[in-house]
Unconditional design. Structure first.
Ligand code: ADP
Length: 501
């Protein structure tokens, strides 16, 4: 183009500079383009550079064209030929490189595809396996549920059957009770008549005249009385067993009940020269909610047993106290303590079974039916109480009855405050200085007593009295306080169902 006068020398120089730059470019094999040129091309370039340098600036004048063209002819052909070869070689190399990259990518893609496929296969296997397991599990669960349903249905039917059996047994029991009750009523009338006539006979004949007759009358009299006792006891039990038995609960003072029983039993006790003593705290009341007749029967039976099984000239002690059960509810406890024949240890668990009589009572031929204690335990059960026995053969027995105490609405409100008062007492006792402990015990003991915690209150008051009357060293007082706090905390836990304060 320069030779044709179409571009200036300056433009050719710029193109030459660009070419030099291009020839310096490093290709993918870390070779410059210039390094690939053969020396012929380099020579041709140098010649062209020389020609250009010698030529005037601007467009080549027409006069200069012919001589330069002549000199340039040869290198133009060389440059063009070399350039073409260079471009082709470069292009081929580039193509090969691109093919290699493409092949590498393809191989990588194939590897990734294989990986993906394997992953998909594995996932499908896992899903399939889990699915099978799940289906199996569902099937197993279904089978289990089905069998449970069958079992439940069977249990329901069984329960229905048992309910029917229970109802028919209850009916049978009621019929039996009715029967026993009727029979015993029928027996009681002629029996009372027999006993009446024996009394009449005793007054009619001259006792002591004929010992044989006296003995016969005595035997008939005793046996008639035993029979009457048996009939009365069976009647009582069947009344207690009967569903129609609805005890009339009212406020009952157990001191009165026991005193009345003693009054009834005094002739028998006097005959045996047995002394009956009562011990209770005048300041307390011993009220319970209960059926007065049934409760009378309890103490008549227990005290008459105590009299019956006591030796002559012995003493029976009946004590009353207010106690707290495990749930810290107030109970009235009555203990009947005798010094009689006692009960063999092994036989104690059987005492409350119907018709059970201990071996020593049978051996000593002491009359009885073995029904009294069964009646007692049934009545106590109806009154939501409990009875316990401790006994030693030939030493004596203690029968202890506990019945829930009667609680008035006002008392109930006071009782509801117990936790609060106990908490206050524990904190006050724990924080008191040793020198002030006596007064704190006094105050808190009183408060505990007022709020229905009688036993704890007395215990605390007792400690206050001891501190007032006796000189004690600080360590002992502190030890006493620790064990008192333990006791108070135990009660607090029972009342509150919570931990210590
Ligand atoms: P019963 O006194 O009519 O035999 P209970 O049911 O009242 O019938 O008493 C059952 C048995 O318990 C008595 O036979 C006797 O062996 C024994 N028992 C009851 N109370 C006492 C007691 N206080 N001392 C010794 N044994 C007693």
């Amino acid at each position: 183009m320069w030779l044709a006068g179409l571009v200036t020398k300056r433009e050719v120089e710029i193109s030459r500079a660009i070419l030099a730059q291009r020839l310096n470019v490093i290709d993918i094999e870390n070779l410059s383009m210039g390094a690939r040129l053969d020396p012929e091309f380099i020579d041709a370039l140098r010649l062209s550079d020389k020609l250009l340098a010698m030529s005037p600036d601007g467009v080549l004048p027409r006069t200069e064209v012919a001589p330069i063209k002549e000199q340039a002819q040869e290198f133009i052909t060389t440059i063009l030929g070399a350039s073409r070869t260079l471009v082709v070689a470069y292009q081929q190399e580039l193509d090969a490189h691109l093919v290699a990259v493409a092949e590498k990518r393809q191989a990588e893609s194939l590897r990734n595809l294989a990986l993906l496929i394997s992953l998909m296969i594995l996932t499908s296997i896992f899903i399939g396996w889990s699915g099978i397991r799940f289906v199996r599990q569902v099937k197993r669960t279904q089978i289990y549920i089905d069998s449970e349903i069958v079992a439940l249905e069977a249990a329901r039917k069984e329960l229905l059957k048992m309910n029917l059996t229970v109802s028919s047994l209850e009916e049978l029991n009621d019929t039996k009770n009715d029967f026993i009750s009727t029979v015993n009523h029928e027996l009681r009338t002629p029996l009372t008549s027999i006993i009446g006539y024996i009394e009449l006979l005793k007054s009619e004949i001259e006792l002591g005249k004929d010992p044989q007759i006296d003995l016969i009358i005595d035997v008939v009299d005793k046996n008639a009385l035993v029979l009457l006792d048996l009939v009365e006891s069976i009647l009582s039990l069947s009344r207690l067993d009967s569903k129609q038995n609805k005890p009339l609960f009212e406020e009952v003072n157990l001191i009165n009940t026991v005193e009345k029983a003693i009054f009834v039993l005094t002739p028998q006790a006097d005959l045996n020269h047995v002394d009956i003593k009562l011990a209770f705290n005048q300041d307390n009341d011993y009220l319970v909610m209960g059926d007065p007749n049934q409760l009378s029967q309890v103490f008549l039976n227990l005290i008459s047993n105590a009299v019956k099984f006591s030796p002559e000239n012995s003493e029976i002690l009946i004590t009353f106290s207010r106690v707290l059960n495990d749930q810290m509810e107030n109970h009235i406890s009555v203990s009947i303590i005798d010094n009689g024949i006692g009960i063999p240890e092994k036989e104690i668990p059987e005492l409350f079974h119907r018709f059970f009589r201990a071996s020593n009572a049978i051996n000593k031929q002491i009359v009885g039916t073995g029904l009294g204690l069964a009646i007692v335990s049934k009545i106590i059960e109806i009154h939501k109480g409990k009875i316990s026995v401790s006994s030693q053969e030939n030493k004596g027995s203690t029968f202890r009855v506990e019945i829930p105490a009667f609680v008035s609405a006002l008392d109930q409100r006071i009782l509801d405050k117990r936790v609060e008062v106990l908490e206050r007492a524990i904190v006050a006792i724990r924080n008191a200085e040793i020198s002030k402990l006596k007064d704190v015990y006094h105050e808190m003991g009183g408060a505990l007593g007022i709020y229905g915690l009688d036993e704890l209150g007395s215990q605390v008051l007792e400690l206050s009295r001891t501190l007032a009357n006796r000189k004690m060293d600080e360590a002992t007082v502190a030890d006493q306080r620790v064990s008192l706090l333990e006791t108070l905390n135990k009660s607090y836990q029972r009342l509150n169902n919570k931990g210590n304060i």
